[in-house]
Structures are given as C-alpha cells and as structure tokens.
Design a protein around this ligand. Structure first.
Ligand code: PLP
Length: 369
C-alpha cells in the first residue's frame, strides 16, 4: 500500500500502528507484572485483527457486550469469550447455545434468578453446561447484584441448577468516567475491587468456589487490578485512548492511537468547517460527564481550534485570531470517545509515520443485536 495518509479522501479513520502496539503491550505488561489475567473488552475496536494482536500479547480471552460481537469473534477462531451483558431473551439464548455448539468457551453474565432460570430451561434441551459470571454493582448503578449477601443468595440459587456453573464474579466501575480528580478515581477503583473480592469471599465462606474475580474500566484497572484477590482485568478503551481519557488524566495525547482525518470544506471569519460531523465524531462528551473535555474532539497541532458544534456532516471549529488553515487542508482529530467513533467506520486505515501500511475491517461494527 504505497500511499501517504495525507492523500486519503476524508473523513477517514487513521490508526497509528506503533501507538496501538505500545498500548497493547502496556496492558499485557501490567497484567503479567501484577499476576492477573487480561481479558480486553473488544467493543472499543470491534476488530478481529486487533483482538488477535491482544491475544498474541498474552490476553487469555476477550470480553464482548453484544452477542453478535461474540459471534463475529468466534467465527474468526477466537474461543474464550465473556459476553459481559445480561442475556435473557429467548432469541439471544438460542444464539448462546449455537456458540456452545461450535465449541466456544463462552461465559454469560447473570444478575438475577429469573434470568438464570431461563438459561437453565433452555440448556436442559441441549447437552451443554454454561459458565455464568455474576455481575456485581460496584457503584455504576447500571446492571448488577448488590455486593455481599445478595450475591451469595444468587449464587446459592445457581448451584441448584444442573446446567449452570458459576465461573466468576465481575464488575465494571464505569462511573470512574465521572471522577473528579485522582483521589476520587482511586476511591472508585478500590471500591470496584472490594465489591468483587468481598462478594467472592462471602460465597466461598458458604462453600461456593469463585475461580475468577474480574474488574475493569480503562480509568480504574491499573488500581483495582492490583488488589489482592483480583484475578483478571478487562480494559477496553486503553487499546486506543481518546480525549476523554486525556481529560481524566489517564492518558497523554501521544498515547491516542485513533484519529479522524478531516478536510477543511469552508473558511469563515473566526471559524472553519470540517467534513467531520456527528456521524463521524459522535456527539459524545462521555456518558458520565466530564468538565475537562472541551468541544467534540481535539484537533492535532491546532490548539487554537475548538470543535464547537457538530451537525451530521459538518464540524464547526472556532478560533480567536487565525488558524492558518485553508480550503482542502487536512487535519487529524483525536475523538472524545474512540469506541463510538470506531463504530461509525467500515475500516481502519493503519498508518506508520506518514505511510498507510494496511487497512483493517471494523468487523463487528454497528452490530444489530
Ligand atoms: C462490563 C465491562 N467491562 C469492561 C469494560 C471496559 O471499559 P473501558 O472501555 O473503560 O476500559 C466495559 C465498558 O463498557 C464494560 O461494560
């Protein structure tokens, strides 16, 4: 592929291979150093190529949100998959069973007895036993059982069922994205680990073994992953990083592997218009709110620009004096939220320095179910 990225038509998604490999290496290095397993969440990149790089670097398996992501990864030969999302509809349970039929080492999230019984009933019609991981609420207040006694109660219900096996307890401290400074982040991360370890210990006290104790969000995993009793971490965004992570102080701009290449389509008094709008950069300022994120992305080498407004295909960047950009000039933008932006594109243009060296599909993008 003999092309420089500056020659590409826009908007397009650039993935800096050197930074990507370094980010993958750092996650693996952390896991090895702290003697925990690494199960990265692939919802960030939705790419078989990148998932395989993570496995080559020592990840023991992957995490997905959607059943369809699991199907895409399984079809590419990836065997060890946690669907970190409660599955209870009959249609999805059938697809879980289809994955078991293919020999996939699948783990499914549970957080209530009704759902657990639906899984058991469906599995009775098969030859399979399914590993279920109990999701614990460590403060995000999304899905999950309350830590401690409620987890034990659910675990006691599960062990009575012949086709389910408790594989682990896990949580995701997504509220870390709203943390106000390092101290709050640390407090949230320690509570994330505590919710899992205490719940696992309470189960084991009742004679129910909990082999896996898993935590993970990009802002917290390097803190919660060091706590005694934790066996696994599941970072997702850390494979790319983005402006939200920079705003949180979790990454530097130089760690951000993903950028959107956009062109100047109009120059006006105090503003330029780029061909990257909400269908490219997403109107995402972080699900949990963050004051330090200004605008809708960071324009590399142009600190004077603020991405003030997005309509669907137009991005309006404002400046005070001058910005030196002219019609058809190209800029790279570090998105606020890399995971949602990757999902908007069909492929990554993989770059090394100025050169485009490959293109990789966003294999599981926009998956329906
Ligand atoms: C269950 C679960 N695990 C891990 C992650 C990874 O989080 P992050 O992208 O912050 O690393 C997520 C993110 O949504 C998640 O929901």
């Amino acid at each position: 592929m003999e092309q420089e990225w500056k020659e590409l038509d826009t908007p397009t998604l650039l993935l800096d291979k050197r930074i990507l490999l370094e980010n993958i290496r750092k996650m693996s290095e952390f896991a090895k150093g702290k003697n925990v397993n690494l199960r990265p969440h692939i919802k960030t990149h939705k790419s078989v190529e990148i998932a395989k790089l993570q496995l080559e670097q020592g990840a023991i398996g992957i995490t997905t949100a959607k059943v369809e992501e699991a199907e895409v990864m399984a079809a590419a030969g990836i065997k060890d998959i946690l669907v970190a999302y409660p599955v209870s509809s009959p249609a999805k349970i059938e697809r879980i069973i289809a994955l078991l039929n293919q020999g996939i080492d699948l783990k499914v999230t549970v957080d209530n007895l009704e759902q657990v019984k639906l899984l058991q009933k469906a599995l009775e019609k098969t030859r399979h036993t399914l590993d279920v991981w109990i999701k614990v609420n460590s403060g995000l207040n999304r899905c999950g059982v309350e830590p401690g006694a409620d987890v034990v109660e659910l675990a006691k219900g599960i062990i009575l069922l012949s086709r389910l096996r408790i594989g682990g307890i896990f949580t995701h401290a997504g509220h870390s994205y709203g943390a106000n400074g390092k101290e709050e982040l640390e407090r949230i991360a320690l509570a994330e680990a505590d919710a899992v370890v205490k719940s696992a210990e309470a189960c084991e006290k009742e004679g129910i073994p909990i082999p896996v104790r898993s935590v993970g969000s990009t802002p917290t995993y390097r803190i919660s992953g060091r706590v005694e009793g934790i066996t696994e971490v599941r970072p997702g965004n850390a494979v790319f990083f983005d402006s939200i992570q920079v705003g949180l102080g979790v990454a530097d701009r130089k760690d951000c592997a993903l950028t959107v290449l956009a062109s100047v389509v109009g120059v006006y008094e105090g503003r330029i218009v780029l061909d990257a709008g909400s269908k490219t950069l997403c109107l995402d300022k972080g699900a949990h709110g963050l004051d330090s994120v200004k605008g809708y992305g960071y324009v590399v080498d142009h600190p004077e620009l603020i991405m003030e407004r997005l309509s669907e295909e137009h991005g309006v960047a404002v400046f005070e004096d001058s910005c030196g950009l002219r019609l058809n000039d190209k800029v790279r933008i570090i998105p606020n939220h890399a995971c949602t932006v990757a999902n908007m594109f069909d492929e990554y243009m993989v770059v090394e320095g100025e050169q485009v060296v490959d293109n990789w599909k966003v294999d599981a993008r926009g998956m329906r179910k």
